[in-house]
Design a protein around this ligand. Structure first.
Ligand code: ATP
Ligand code: MG
Length: 471
């Protein structure tokens, strides 16, 4: 038994001792059988929520109407859920009320896929009434029981099927796949928030590439409640069989251009796992789909992701939008080019200045994220084919950008050696929009290395700027 499960064993013992059958269940059993690290340890019990609360000193009633109590044990939290059935599904969604039962088998019967419907007792025996272990061995994702009925009960399972098939490299069983196609229209009844959670886990997972191709071949995204942006749907449609219509502009694009774009999307999805941070992954996806900041923010709003996540995504895409065309262009002035060496040196110094100003505008952290993205997926900047050709010079370019980033004297107004109040006392003027503008021009001057980031020289510069403005 893994350390994570062993650590939770006292919880099972405590409830078992009071006479309530209690087991590990769902994802932690599946991942234990696969020898994978566990994300969380879920526990199911015959005890009622009140009995669970009475058994442990530290509990939080997280989802009492679903029978879930969170128990804090040795600084970890565990969700303990009373065995339950979900007989009355409303509107193709999971019900808000459930019936508690005392039979483990009934509880396993309500779960979505066979690989998620296994339980493990404290003595490591596995309870597997629907042969989830066989399906894991043969690489199959299969609904528990009748696939049509199960997906109709809760249409979110249609999206979950893709997530699990992708993450665990499973084929989707024939009847389950047929039911997915037949009932994908029911996704219109599912809250976008829940779809968003599943999509986020797909992007965060180990095989987002496979998830994207299953989303594409099932066509399911087009049926979600809120219309997803055209770029996403178009990519999903074109991913397998490239279509000739650019639906976002209404224009017809050449099959070659379309297929190059799809190659770029596919290549980027394949390299996504190289990025750790999920916002970096999303930014790469949006960049591959040529989404503008507005479209990407709209997507995040539809998926109900937080505004801080959206701000971060927007900043990374801002850096990308500012830098990618310049880098691409710069690559074309290569040594031996008729424009000559002087041209290269000048282009390079302009590029570094442009980079400094971009870092100021979008912030250090977005700039670092973007550099990481370009290293992981050079195609996003240099195109589907270019990356292999000039890898060495591309690497030099990144290194120069990275060095610049780390050697910049200031990266934000906060780091500036003069503050607003210094400028107020310098001028004796009341505060106003001029102050922000002046700080901005000072921070740019310091970032570009024109003025050292020291109080004296910055105040001189401020005086010079104000003087110029007055004339
Ligand atoms: P992960 O490791 O990604 O969290 P998981 O299997 O734990 O995977 P959860 O979404 O956390 O997935 O759900 C826990 C368990 O609850 C599942 O294993 C499954 O048995 C059950 N479950 C979750 N959502 C549904 C659903 N929509 N329909 C039926 N059963 C579900
Ligand atoms: Mg889980």
């Amino acid at each position: 038994m893994s350390e994570a499960l062993t650590k939770a064993l006292p919880l099972l013992y405590a409830l078992e001792q009071r006479g309530y059958e209690t087991v590990f269940v769902g994802g932690c059993v599946r991942d234990t059988l696969l020898g994978k690290p566990l994300k969380d340890v879920d526990i199911a019990t015959a005890a009622s929520p009140e009995q669970v609360i009475a058994t442990f000193p530290h509990t939080v009633p997280t989802g009492l109407q679903h029978g879930t109590v969170t128990v804090v044990h040795e600084k970890e939290t565990y969700e303990i859920t009373t065995f339950r059935t979900e007989s009355a599904y409303e509107q193709y969604r999971r019900p808000t009320q459930v019936q508690f039962v005392t039979s483990l088998n009934e509880d396993l019967l309500r779960r979505d896929f066979t690989i998620n419907s296994m339980a493990m007792r404290y003595d490591e025996t596995i309870i597997d009434p629907f042969h989830g272990q066989d399906d894991l061995r043969s690489g199959l994702l299969r609904c528990v029981g009748d696939a049509d009925a199960r997906l109709q009960e809760d249409a979110l399972r249609i999206v979950r099927a893709v997530r699990f098939a992708a993450a665990y490299e499973l084929r989707i069983a024939h009847m389950t796949w047929r039911a997915i196609i037949r009932h994908r229209g029911l996704l219109a009844h599912i809250a976008m928030e829940r779809v968003g959670l599943e999509l986020d886990k797909m992007i965060a997972g180990s095989r987002p590439y496979r998830a994207a191709s299953l989303l594409a071949s099932s066509g399911m995204l087009a049926y979600t409640k809120d219309r997803l942006p055209a770029a996403i749907l178009e990519a999903a449609a074109g991913y397998k069989k490239s279509s000739k219509r650019d639906t976002s502009s209404g224009a017809t694009v050449s099959p070659e251009a379309q297929s190059e774009r799809m190659t770029l999307v596919a290549q980027s999805m394949r390299r996504l796992h190289r990025l750790e941070d999920n916002e970096d992954r999303w930014a790469a996806v949006c960049a591959a789909l040529s989404m503008q900041i507005v479209q990407a923010s709209e997507l995040f709003a539809l998926l109900r992701y937080s505004s801080s996540r959206t701000a971060r995504l927007a900043a990374i895409l801002g850096v990308h939008g500012a830098m990618a065309p310049r880098l691409h262009q710069n690559m074309n002035i290569a040594p031996g080019h008729p424009d000559g060496e002087g041209e290269i040196v000048q282009a390079e110094s302009e590029l570094q200045d442009h980079w400094r100003l971009t870092v100021l505008k979008y912030g250090m952290s977005a700039a670092e994220s973007w550099l990481g993205i370009v290293v992981a997926i050079p195609e996003l900047v240099y195109g589907a084919a270019a990356a292999n050709q000039r890898l060495a010079s591309i690497e030099d370019e990144w290194n120069r950008l990275r060095q610049t980033l780390h050697s910049m004297a200031v990266r934000s107004i906060r780091e500036l050696a003069v503050k607003g109040k210094d400028l107020l006392s310098l001028t004796g003027k009341p505060s106003g929009p001029w102050l922000g503008q002046l700080l901005q021009s000072l921070v740019e001057a310091a970032a570009l290395g024109r003025v050292p980031n020291e109080k004296g020289p910055l105040l001189d510069e401020a005086a010079a700027v104000l003087n110029k403005d007055e004339n």
